[in-house]
Design a protein around this ligand. Sequence first.
Ligand SMILES: Cc1ncc(COP(=O)(O)O)c(C=O)c1O
Length: 433
Amino acid sequence: MSKLAVFGGKPVREKLFEAYNTIGEEEIQAVTETMRTGVLSKYLGCWHEDFFGGPKVQEFEKMWAEKNEAKYAISVNSNTSGLVAALGAAGVQPGDEVIVSPYTMSASAISCVFWGGIPVFADIDENNFCLSVETIQPKITSRTKAILVVHIFGHPVDMDPIMELAKKHNIVVIEDCAQAPFGKYKGRFVGTLGHMGVFSLNYHKHIHTGEGGVITTNDDYYAERCQLIRNHAEAVADAKGVTDYTNLFGFNFRFPEVEAAMGIEQLKKIDALLESRIKNANFLQKELTGITYLDPLIPADIYKHCYYVQPIKYFEEKNHGLSREKYLKAISAELPSSYMREKDPLIGGGYVRPLYLQGIYQKRKIHFHGRNPEDFNYAKGSCPVVEKMHEKQLITHEFMRSSMSQSDMEQVVEAFYKVDQHMDEIIQRQNEL
Ligand SMILES: Cc1ncc(COP(=O)(O)O)c(C=O)c1O
Protein backbone atom coordinates (compact mmCIF):
# COMPACT_ATOMS: atom_id res chain seq x y z
CA MET A 1 0.00 0.00 0.00
CA SER A 2 1.12 3.55 -0.70
CA LYS A 3 2.77 5.43 2.13
CA LEU A 4 1.27 8.70 0.88
CA ALA A 5 -1.87 9.92 2.66
CA VAL A 6 -3.33 11.16 -0.62
CA PHE A 7 -3.37 7.52 -1.84
CA GLY A 8 -4.68 6.05 1.43
CA GLY A 9 -1.48 5.90 3.54
CA LYS A 10 -1.03 7.22 7.06
CA PRO A 11 -0.67 11.01 7.20
CA VAL A 12 2.26 12.67 8.97
CA ARG A 13 -0.23 14.16 11.42
CA GLU A 14 -3.98 13.84 12.00
CA LYS A 15 -4.51 15.81 15.22
CA LEU A 16 -5.57 19.42 14.59
CA PHE A 17 -2.97 22.08 15.27
CA GLU A 18 -3.72 24.32 18.24
CA ALA A 19 -6.12 27.16 17.45
CA TYR A 20 -4.58 30.59 16.99
CA ASN A 21 -6.12 32.58 19.83
CA THR A 22 -4.45 35.71 21.17
CA ILE A 23 -7.24 36.54 23.63
CA GLY A 24 -6.47 35.65 27.24
CA GLU A 25 -7.30 36.61 30.82
CA GLU A 26 -5.72 40.05 30.32
CA GLU A 27 -8.29 40.99 27.67
CA ILE A 28 -11.17 39.49 29.69
CA GLN A 29 -10.16 41.53 32.74
CA ALA A 30 -9.68 44.75 30.75
CA VAL A 31 -13.05 44.36 29.05
CA THR A 32 -14.80 43.60 32.34
CA GLU A 33 -13.28 46.63 34.03
CA THR A 34 -14.31 48.87 31.13
CA MET A 35 -17.84 47.50 31.16
CA ARG A 36 -18.08 48.16 34.90
CA THR A 37 -17.37 51.85 34.29
CA GLY A 38 -20.56 51.99 32.20
CA VAL A 39 -18.73 54.02 29.53
CA LEU A 40 -18.92 51.94 26.36
CA SER A 41 -18.37 54.93 24.07
CA LYS A 42 -17.88 58.60 24.80
CA TYR A 43 -17.88 60.13 21.34
CA LEU A 44 -19.90 63.22 20.52
CA GLY A 45 -20.44 64.11 16.86
CA CYS A 46 -19.87 67.83 17.42
CA TRP A 47 -16.91 70.08 18.26
CA HIS A 48 -16.46 69.23 21.94
CA GLU A 49 -13.71 67.54 23.99
CA ASP A 50 -15.54 64.24 23.45
CA PHE A 51 -15.17 64.57 19.66
CA PHE A 52 -11.98 62.48 20.12
CA GLY A 53 -13.70 59.61 22.01
CA GLY A 54 -13.41 58.18 25.50
CA PRO A 55 -10.46 57.35 27.77
CA LYS A 56 -9.75 53.84 26.45
CA VAL A 57 -9.88 54.97 22.82
CA GLN A 58 -7.43 57.77 23.57
CA GLU A 59 -5.12 55.53 25.61
CA PHE A 60 -5.11 52.93 22.84
CA GLU A 61 -4.34 55.54 20.17
CA LYS A 62 -1.49 57.00 22.21
CA MET A 63 0.02 53.56 22.70
CA TRP A 64 -0.33 52.63 19.02
CA ALA A 65 1.22 55.91 17.86
CA GLU A 66 4.18 55.55 20.25
CA LYS A 67 4.82 51.95 19.34
CA ASN A 68 4.53 52.66 15.63
CA GLU A 69 6.70 55.79 15.89
CA ALA A 70 3.91 57.80 14.24
CA LYS A 71 2.72 61.25 15.27
CA TYR A 72 -0.95 60.22 15.16
CA ALA A 73 -2.93 57.01 15.50
CA ILE A 74 -6.65 57.32 14.78
CA SER A 75 -8.74 54.32 15.73
CA VAL A 76 -11.65 53.29 13.49
CA ASN A 77 -14.08 50.39 13.44
CA SER A 78 -12.33 48.51 10.59
CA ASN A 79 -9.49 48.78 8.14
CA THR A 80 -12.11 49.24 5.42
CA SER A 81 -13.55 52.33 7.11
CA GLY A 82 -10.00 53.54 7.76
CA LEU A 83 -9.19 53.28 4.04
CA VAL A 84 -12.37 55.18 3.17
CA ALA A 85 -11.39 57.90 5.66
CA ALA A 86 -7.80 58.08 4.37
CA LEU A 87 -8.91 58.36 0.73
CA GLY A 88 -11.38 61.06 1.73
CA ALA A 89 -8.60 62.88 3.58
CA ALA A 90 -6.44 62.55 0.46
CA GLY A 91 -9.09 64.57 -1.37
CA VAL A 92 -10.22 61.95 -3.90
CA GLN A 93 -12.95 63.51 -6.07
CA PRO A 94 -15.41 61.95 -8.56
CA GLY A 95 -13.51 60.71 -11.62
CA ASP A 96 -10.10 60.71 -9.91
CA GLU A 97 -7.93 57.63 -10.34
CA VAL A 98 -6.44 55.59 -7.53
CA ILE A 99 -3.67 53.17 -8.45
CA VAL A 100 -3.98 49.97 -6.46
CA SER A 101 -2.77 46.39 -6.42
CA PRO A 102 -5.08 43.72 -7.82
CA TYR A 103 -3.69 41.21 -5.31
CA THR A 104 -5.25 42.23 -2.05
CA MET A 105 -8.46 41.99 -0.09
CA SER A 106 -11.26 43.64 -2.09
CA ALA A 107 -11.64 46.58 0.32
CA SER A 108 -8.25 48.03 -0.70
CA ALA A 109 -9.55 48.70 -4.22
CA ILE A 110 -13.20 49.49 -3.62
CA SER A 111 -12.64 51.99 -0.78
CA CYS A 112 -12.00 54.87 -3.24
CA VAL A 113 -15.36 54.47 -5.00
CA PHE A 114 -17.15 55.91 -1.94
CA TRP A 115 -15.64 59.28 -2.96
CA GLY A 116 -16.19 58.71 -6.69
CA GLY A 117 -12.66 57.42 -7.26
CA ILE A 118 -11.90 54.83 -9.95
CA PRO A 119 -9.52 51.94 -9.19
CA VAL A 120 -6.65 51.56 -11.66
CA PHE A 121 -4.89 48.25 -11.25
CA ALA A 122 -1.11 48.00 -11.64
CA ASP A 123 0.68 44.67 -11.74
CA ILE A 124 2.70 43.20 -8.87
CA ASP A 125 6.36 42.37 -8.43
CA GLU A 126 6.67 38.60 -8.63
CA ASN A 127 9.19 38.46 -5.80
CA ASN A 128 7.07 40.09 -3.12
CA PHE A 129 3.53 40.25 -4.62
CA CYS A 130 3.34 44.02 -3.97
CA LEU A 131 3.13 47.02 -6.32
CA SER A 132 6.49 48.42 -7.42
CA VAL A 133 7.60 51.72 -8.88
CA GLU A 134 8.05 49.99 -12.25
CA THR A 135 4.44 48.79 -12.35
CA ILE A 136 2.98 52.03 -10.96
CA GLN A 137 4.79 54.50 -13.20
CA PRO A 138 3.06 53.65 -16.52
CA LYS A 139 -0.35 53.94 -14.84
CA ILE A 140 0.09 57.55 -13.74
CA THR A 141 -2.10 60.11 -15.53
CA SER A 142 -3.08 63.71 -14.85
CA ARG A 143 -6.09 62.31 -12.92
CA THR A 144 -4.10 60.08 -10.53
CA LYS A 145 -4.93 61.31 -7.05
CA ALA A 146 -3.62 58.53 -4.88
CA ILE A 147 -1.58 55.35 -4.85
CA LEU A 148 -2.78 52.69 -2.44
CA VAL A 149 0.03 50.24 -1.76
CA VAL A 150 -0.57 47.04 0.17
CA HIS A 151 2.09 45.31 2.28
CA ILE A 152 0.61 42.03 1.18
CA PHE A 153 1.09 38.87 3.27
CA GLY A 154 3.14 41.07 5.64
CA HIS A 155 5.94 41.90 3.17
CA PRO A 156 6.65 45.67 3.20
CA VAL A 157 6.49 47.44 -0.14
CA ASP A 158 9.73 48.95 -1.55
CA MET A 159 8.53 52.44 -0.62
CA ASP A 160 11.39 54.87 -1.29
CA PRO A 161 11.17 54.90 -5.11
CA ILE A 162 7.36 55.04 -4.92
CA MET A 163 7.46 58.06 -2.60
CA GLU A 164 9.91 59.78 -4.92
CA LEU A 165 7.64 59.20 -7.91
CA ALA A 166 4.57 60.33 -5.94
CA LYS A 167 6.30 63.52 -4.86
CA LYS A 168 7.15 64.35 -8.45
CA HIS A 169 3.49 64.02 -9.48
CA ASN A 170 1.95 65.39 -6.28
CA ILE A 171 0.16 62.13 -5.50
CA VAL A 172 -0.92 60.98 -2.03
CA VAL A 173 0.33 57.56 -0.96
CA ILE A 174 -1.72 55.42 1.41
CA GLU A 175 -0.35 52.20 2.84
CA ASP A 176 -2.73 49.32 3.52
CA CYS A 177 -0.98 47.74 6.49
CA ALA A 178 -3.77 45.28 7.35
CA GLN A 179 -1.47 42.29 7.01
CA ALA A 180 1.75 43.88 8.24
CA PRO A 181 1.37 45.36 11.73
CA PHE A 182 4.76 46.62 12.95
CA GLY A 183 6.56 45.42 9.84
CA LYS A 184 9.59 47.50 8.90
CA TYR A 185 11.23 48.86 5.77
CA LYS A 186 14.83 50.10 6.13
CA GLY A 187 14.31 50.30 9.89
CA ARG A 188 11.09 52.35 9.71
CA PHE A 189 7.63 51.09 10.60
CA VAL A 190 5.06 50.52 7.88
CA GLY A 191 2.26 53.05 8.26
CA THR A 192 4.84 55.87 8.58
CA LEU A 193 6.36 55.54 5.12
CA GLY A 194 3.53 56.99 3.02
CA HIS A 195 1.23 59.90 3.87
CA MET A 196 -1.16 57.65 5.80
CA GLY A 197 -1.22 53.99 6.82
CA VAL A 198 -4.23 51.86 7.71
CA PHE A 199 -4.21 48.76 9.94
CA SER A 200 -6.84 46.10 10.62
CA LEU A 201 -7.88 44.61 13.94
CA ASN A 202 -10.26 42.02 12.53
CA TYR A 203 -10.17 38.51 13.94
CA HIS A 204 -7.93 37.08 11.21
CA LYS A 205 -5.07 39.40 12.05
CA HIS A 206 -1.89 39.07 14.16
CA ILE A 207 -3.65 40.92 16.98
CA HIS A 208 -7.32 41.76 16.99
CA THR A 209 -10.36 43.12 18.76
CA GLY A 210 -12.92 41.12 16.78
CA GLU A 211 -13.26 44.01 14.32
CA GLY A 212 -11.43 47.32 14.28
CA GLY A 213 -8.75 49.40 12.61
CA VAL A 214 -6.19 52.18 13.04
CA ILE A 215 -5.00 54.97 10.74
CA THR A 216 -1.48 56.33 11.29
CA THR A 217 0.04 59.52 9.94
CA ASN A 218 2.74 62.05 10.72
CA ASP A 219 0.81 64.83 9.01
CA ASP A 220 -1.40 67.25 11.00
CA TYR A 221 -3.70 67.96 8.03
CA TYR A 222 -4.41 64.30 7.20
CA ALA A 223 -4.88 63.48 10.89
CA GLU A 224 -7.53 66.17 11.27
CA ARG A 225 -9.34 65.13 8.08
CA CYS A 226 -9.41 61.47 9.17
CA GLN A 227 -10.71 62.42 12.62
CA LEU A 228 -13.45 64.49 11.00
CA ILE A 229 -14.49 61.84 8.50
CA ARG A 230 -14.53 59.25 11.30
CA ASN A 231 -17.00 61.29 13.30
CA HIS A 232 -19.68 63.24 11.41
CA ALA A 233 -17.40 65.83 9.79
CA GLU A 234 -20.21 68.02 8.44
CA ALA A 235 -21.64 68.50 11.94
CA VAL A 236 -18.25 69.44 13.39
CA ALA A 237 -16.51 71.50 10.71
CA ASP A 238 -18.16 74.90 11.27
CA ALA A 239 -17.61 75.04 15.01
CA LYS A 240 -14.09 73.64 14.66
CA GLY A 241 -13.26 76.44 12.25
CA VAL A 242 -12.37 74.20 9.33
CA THR A 243 -12.44 76.15 6.10
CA ASP A 244 -11.68 73.51 3.45
CA TYR A 245 -14.92 71.55 3.05
CA THR A 246 -13.55 69.03 0.53
CA ASN A 247 -14.90 65.57 1.44
CA LEU A 248 -16.15 66.69 4.82
CA PHE A 249 -19.01 64.23 4.68
CA GLY A 250 -18.50 62.33 7.88
CA PHE A 251 -19.39 58.79 8.79
CA ASN A 252 -19.63 56.99 12.08
CA PHE A 253 -16.40 54.97 11.99
CA ARG A 254 -15.87 55.19 15.76
CA PHE A 255 -14.08 52.46 17.71
CA PRO A 256 -15.88 51.52 20.96
CA GLU A 257 -14.30 51.65 24.44
CA VAL A 258 -14.51 47.88 25.07
CA GLU A 259 -12.62 47.12 21.86
CA ALA A 260 -10.05 49.79 22.73
CA ALA A 261 -9.53 48.17 26.15
CA MET A 262 -8.96 44.85 24.39
CA GLY A 263 -6.67 46.54 21.88
CA ILE A 264 -4.43 47.90 24.64
CA GLU A 265 -3.84 44.36 25.93
CA GLN A 266 -3.33 43.00 22.42
CA LEU A 267 -0.74 45.66 21.67
CA LYS A 268 1.31 44.49 24.64
CA LYS A 269 1.53 41.05 23.00
CA ILE A 270 2.38 41.98 19.42
CA ASP A 271 6.17 41.84 19.70
CA ALA A 272 6.25 38.28 21.01
CA LEU A 273 3.58 37.13 18.54
CA LEU A 274 5.46 38.63 15.63
CA GLU A 275 8.81 37.21 16.67
CA SER A 276 7.47 33.66 16.93
CA ARG A 277 5.85 33.95 13.48
CA ILE A 278 9.16 35.13 12.05
CA LYS A 279 11.04 32.32 13.78
CA ASN A 280 8.66 29.68 12.38
CA ALA A 281 8.76 31.22 8.90
CA ASN A 282 12.57 31.38 8.92
CA PHE A 283 12.74 27.75 10.00
CA LEU A 284 10.54 26.67 7.09
CA GLN A 285 12.48 28.82 4.63
CA LYS A 286 15.72 27.19 5.67
CA GLU A 287 14.33 23.66 5.63
CA LEU A 288 12.51 23.96 2.30
CA THR A 289 15.49 25.37 0.46
CA GLY A 290 16.50 21.80 -0.39
CA ILE A 291 13.41 21.16 -2.54
CA THR A 292 14.31 22.12 -6.09
CA TYR A 293 10.82 22.99 -7.38
CA LEU A 294 10.04 25.32 -4.45
CA ASP A 295 11.30 28.83 -3.76
CA PRO A 296 10.66 29.74 -0.11
CA LEU A 297 11.20 33.45 -0.92
CA ILE A 298 13.64 34.76 1.67
CA PRO A 299 13.06 38.54 2.01
CA ALA A 300 15.99 40.95 1.66
CA ASP A 301 17.48 42.40 4.85
CA ILE A 302 15.78 45.80 4.40
CA TYR A 303 12.39 44.20 5.07
CA LYS A 304 10.87 42.98 8.32
CA HIS A 305 8.20 40.61 7.00
CA CYS A 306 5.22 39.98 9.30
CA TYR A 307 4.00 36.69 7.79
CA TYR A 308 0.26 37.14 7.86
CA VAL A 309 0.61 34.20 5.54
CA GLN A 310 3.84 32.74 4.19
CA PRO A 311 4.23 32.68 0.41
CA ILE A 312 6.23 30.00 -1.40
CA LYS A 313 6.69 29.73 -5.14
CA TYR A 314 6.10 26.44 -6.92
CA PHE A 315 7.55 25.65 -10.35
CA GLU A 316 5.74 22.80 -12.10
CA GLU A 317 8.34 22.83 -14.90
CA LYS A 318 10.95 21.77 -12.35
CA ASN A 319 8.69 18.99 -11.06
CA HIS A 320 7.89 16.91 -14.16
CA GLY A 321 4.97 19.19 -15.07
CA LEU A 322 2.95 18.25 -11.96
CA SER A 323 0.38 20.98 -11.46
CA ARG A 324 0.44 23.08 -8.29
CA GLU A 325 -3.07 21.88 -7.39
CA LYS A 326 -2.11 18.21 -7.54
CA TYR A 327 1.06 18.87 -5.56
CA LEU A 328 -0.98 20.68 -2.91
CA LYS A 329 -3.44 17.80 -2.66
CA ALA A 330 -0.55 15.53 -1.71
CA ILE A 331 0.81 18.00 0.88
CA SER A 332 -2.55 18.83 2.48
CA ALA A 333 -3.43 15.15 2.85
CA GLU A 334 -0.40 14.76 5.15
CA LEU A 335 -1.42 17.52 7.56
CA PRO A 336 -4.54 18.56 9.47
CA SER A 337 -6.78 21.40 8.36
CA SER A 338 -7.50 24.68 10.07
CA TYR A 339 -8.85 24.57 13.61
CA MET A 340 -11.57 27.12 13.04
CA ARG A 341 -12.89 25.83 9.72
CA GLU A 342 -12.17 22.14 9.52
CA LYS A 343 -12.69 21.92 5.77
CA ASP A 344 -10.18 24.68 5.06
CA PRO A 345 -6.61 23.44 4.63
CA LEU A 346 -3.86 25.62 6.12
CA ILE A 347 -2.17 25.63 2.72
CA GLY A 348 -3.54 26.55 -0.69
CA GLY A 349 -2.81 27.73 -4.20
CA GLY A 350 -2.79 31.51 -4.79
CA TYR A 351 -4.60 34.10 -2.74
CA VAL A 352 -7.70 36.07 -3.85
CA ARG A 353 -8.66 36.20 -7.54
CA PRO A 354 -7.05 39.32 -9.08
CA LEU A 355 -9.58 41.98 -8.16
CA TYR A 356 -10.27 43.35 -11.64
CA LEU A 357 -11.78 39.95 -12.49
CA GLN A 358 -14.58 40.50 -9.95
CA GLY A 359 -18.03 41.01 -11.52
CA ILE A 360 -18.28 44.59 -10.30
CA TYR A 361 -15.36 45.56 -12.58
CA GLN A 362 -16.11 43.09 -15.39
CA LYS A 363 -19.69 44.37 -15.63
CA ARG A 364 -18.42 47.94 -15.20
CA LYS A 365 -20.82 48.63 -12.40
CA ILE A 366 -18.57 51.04 -10.56
CA HIS A 367 -19.31 54.67 -11.39
CA PHE A 368 -17.10 56.42 -13.95
CA HIS A 369 -18.38 59.96 -13.28
CA GLY A 370 -18.22 61.16 -16.87
CA ARG A 371 -14.94 59.41 -17.64
CA ASN A 372 -14.90 56.96 -20.54
CA PRO A 373 -15.21 53.43 -19.08
CA GLU A 374 -13.17 52.14 -22.04
CA ASP A 375 -10.17 54.03 -20.67
CA PHE A 376 -10.05 51.58 -17.76
CA ASN A 377 -8.65 48.16 -18.53
CA TYR A 378 -10.13 45.43 -16.35
CA ALA A 379 -9.65 42.69 -18.95
CA LYS A 380 -8.25 39.27 -18.21
CA GLY A 381 -4.56 39.43 -19.07
CA SER A 382 -4.20 43.09 -18.09
CA CYS A 383 -1.86 42.24 -15.18
CA PRO A 384 -0.04 39.11 -16.41
CA VAL A 385 2.27 38.68 -13.42
CA VAL A 386 -0.51 38.54 -10.86
CA GLU A 387 -2.43 36.09 -13.02
CA LYS A 388 0.59 33.80 -13.38
CA MET A 389 1.23 33.92 -9.63
CA HIS A 390 -2.40 33.31 -8.79
CA GLU A 391 -3.09 30.57 -11.29
CA LYS A 392 0.21 28.71 -11.29
CA GLN A 393 3.06 29.62 -8.99
CA LEU A 394 2.01 31.00 -5.64
CA ILE A 395 1.41 28.80 -2.62
CA THR A 396 0.28 30.44 0.62
CA HIS A 397 0.10 28.80 4.01
CA GLU A 398 -0.48 29.62 7.65
CA PHE A 399 1.75 27.03 9.29
CA MET A 400 3.99 29.75 10.71
CA ARG A 401 1.35 31.12 13.12
CA SER A 402 2.66 31.74 16.61
CA SER A 403 0.55 28.94 18.09
CA MET A 404 2.77 26.40 16.28
CA SER A 405 5.46 24.73 18.37
CA GLN A 406 8.87 23.66 17.08
CA SER A 407 7.71 20.04 16.88
CA ASP A 408 4.60 21.11 14.92
CA MET A 409 6.88 22.91 12.49
CA GLU A 410 9.08 19.83 12.19
CA GLN A 411 6.03 17.80 11.19
CA VAL A 412 5.20 20.36 8.51
CA VAL A 413 8.71 19.97 7.10
CA GLU A 414 8.37 16.19 7.33
CA ALA A 415 5.21 16.38 5.20
CA PHE A 416 6.98 18.36 2.47
CA TYR A 417 9.91 15.90 2.39
CA LYS A 418 7.69 12.81 2.54
CA VAL A 419 5.83 14.04 -0.55
CA ASP A 420 9.14 14.89 -2.21
CA GLN A 421 10.55 11.43 -1.53
CA HIS A 422 7.49 9.81 -3.12
CA MET A 423 7.34 12.14 -6.11
CA ASP A 424 7.83 9.31 -8.65
CA GLU A 425 4.66 7.64 -7.40
CA ILE A 426 2.74 10.95 -7.51
CA ILE A 427 3.87 11.62 -11.05
CA GLN A 428 2.89 8.10 -12.12
CA ARG A 429 -0.53 8.24 -10.44
CA GLN A 430 -1.31 11.94 -10.99
CA ASN A 431 -4.44 11.10 -12.98
CA GLU A 432 -5.95 9.74 -9.76
CA LEU A 433 -5.57 13.13 -8.07
C1 LIG B 1 -4.95 43.77 2.82
C2 LIG B 1 -6.27 43.98 3.50
N1 LIG B 1 -6.90 45.15 3.32
C3 LIG B 1 -8.08 45.40 3.91
C4 LIG B 1 -8.70 44.48 4.71
C5 LIG B 1 -10.01 44.81 5.35
O1 LIG B 1 -9.88 44.82 6.74
P1 LIG B 1 -11.12 44.96 7.71
O2 LIG B 1 -11.78 43.63 7.78
O3 LIG B 1 -10.55 45.38 9.02
O4 LIG B 1 -12.01 46.01 7.15
C6 LIG B 1 -8.09 43.24 4.93
C7 LIG B 1 -8.75 42.22 5.74
O5 LIG B 1 -8.54 41.04 5.65
C8 LIG B 1 -6.85 42.98 4.31
O6 LIG B 1 -6.20 41.82 4.49
